[in-house]
Write a protein that binds this ligand. Structure first.
Ligand code: HEC
Ligand code: HEC
Length: 351
């Protein structure tokens, strides 16, 4: 009731509650006595001659109603309900939550403490720790990274060996604790307009061996060396210090098609992983780190990893289709090896 500044509303609510309960009791009482001289039927008739006796409710039924009235009065005495009166038992939601939290802390605290003292690498092999880590992941992370940690467009796959910010236990823990911002400024103007952007995009395509226009890639290479190397490195292999992705590995966060890459260059990107230090206790972040770390320690095949990163909400590899006709019709569509490269992500060929 704190949003009401005046005590009037407390009394207003209390009076309405009490008056309605008492009115119910009075109404029941009135209904339970048959008034002298009244006719036996309600006076209505259906289907010409079907009438209804005007009898009081059965007694047992009546008593059920009286019991609910007594119950509601007793409830209002023991529990909060009458305006600002907090009930004789002193129960409140906040108190209940605090008690339950304290109980949970007492029960699980020692378990978390035990794990907090162990190395992430050791915990990543401990089934009990991983089970807790997975629960934490499903509750706190799965909404963005998917329940299998496979990610989706814009949300990195955490189960592969490809990292934006580094896959060591320390790097993963920093990511979860402090959050990360993957920031790439828009470069449309700096690169020199739409055609030049397309050239650079084809150079980027060539880096991972995707089908590209080699003439455009040749022209784009110089722009890349001027602008993009600052973050993506001279060979395009990325830089975990600023979360700049490796552009040579054919693992894509925002889509692999020409359209997606052109959009990335012209519009830039500001991609946020929220900080969790205010949401989760350090012991929980420790277990989450172990869980995430464990996911990439198995020998999962690379193709599956890429497939899950490329998946978006509709399962469609958007950005690739509109450009396919245009690119395929350009002469000199080759891969570095001279042959068209079949896409490894299940997207339709011909990009
Ligand atoms: C609101 C969505 C969101 C939630 C919730 C979220 N993340 Fe992220 N996470 C992201 C985004 C977006 C990125 C990519 C940031 C970037 O582009 O640099 C990311 C990046 C990461 C990375 C770095 C991946 C790499 O390749 O370096 C890790 C590790 C990670 N998240 C773990 C977690 C864990 C563990 C949780 C749960 C505690 C979590 N995330 C919750 C959105 C989210
Ligand atoms: C200031 C540093 C910086 C510069 C300069 C920069 N990038 Fe980026 N780039 C990033 C970061 C950081 C990301 C990751 C964004 C994210 O986390 O979502 C990125 C992402 C990308 C992606 C998406 C990769 C994927 O997996 O989907 C492409 C493509 C790309 N950059 C190409 C370029 C090109 C081409 C240039 C030069 C015109 C360039 N970048 C210049 C920092 C930079």
């Amino acid at each position: 009731m704190s949003q009401f500044t005046s005590g009037f509303w407390d009394i207003y609510v209390a009076v309405i509650s009490l008056v309605s309960i008492i009115a119910c009791a009075v109404f029941l009482k009135l209904q339970s006595v048959r008034k002298a001289g009244e006719t036996d039927t309600t006076g209505h008739s259906w289907d010409e001659d079907l009438a209804e006796y005007n009898n009081p409710l059965p007694r047992w039924w009546m008593w059920l109603f009286y019991i609910t009235i007594v119950f509601s009065l007793a409830y209002l005495v023991f529990y909060p309900g009458l305006g600002s009166f907090s009930g004789t038992l002193g129960w409140s939601q906040v108190k209940q939550l605090e008690e339950e939290t304290a109980q949970a802390d007492a029960r699980f605290g020692p378990i978390f403490d035990k794990f907090a003292a162990q190395e992430v690498a050791a915990l990543a092999k401990n089934p009990e720790a991983l089970a807790i880590g997975q629960k934490l992941f499903l509750n706190n992370c799965a909404q963005c990274h998917a329940s299998d940690a496979g990610g989706s467009r814009g949300f990195p796959n955490l189960a592969d060996k490809d990292w934006l910010w580094g896959g060591t236990p320390e790097a993963i823990k920093t990511t979860i604790t402090e959050g990360r911002t993957g920031m790439m400024p828009p470069f449309g103007a700096a690169v020199g307009g739409d055609e030049a952007v397309k050239d650079v995009a084809h150079y980027v395509l060539s880096l991972s061996g995707r089908t590209h226009d080699s003439l455009r890639a040749f022209r784009g290479k110089q722009k890349f060396a001027q602008i993009c190397v600052a973050c993506h490195g001279p060979e395009g292999k990325g830089n975990p210090l600023m979360g700049a992705p490796n552009l040579t590995d054919n693992v894509w966060l925002h889509g692999s098609g020409e359209t997606a890459i052109v959009e990335q260059i012209t519009k830039g990107r500001n991609n946020q992983m929220p900080a969790h230090k205010d949401l989760l206790a350090p012991a929980k972040i420790h277990l989450l780190t172990a869980y995430v770390y464990s996911l990439s320690q198995g020998g999962a095949p690379a193709s599956r990893e890429q497939g899950s990163r490329l998946r978006d909400a509709t399962g469609r590899e958007s950005g690739a289709a509109p450009s396919s006709a245009g690119v395929a019709s350009v002469s000199g569509v080759t891969s570095p090896k001279g042959a068209p490269v079949p896409p490894s992500d299940g997207a339709p060929p011909g990009r």
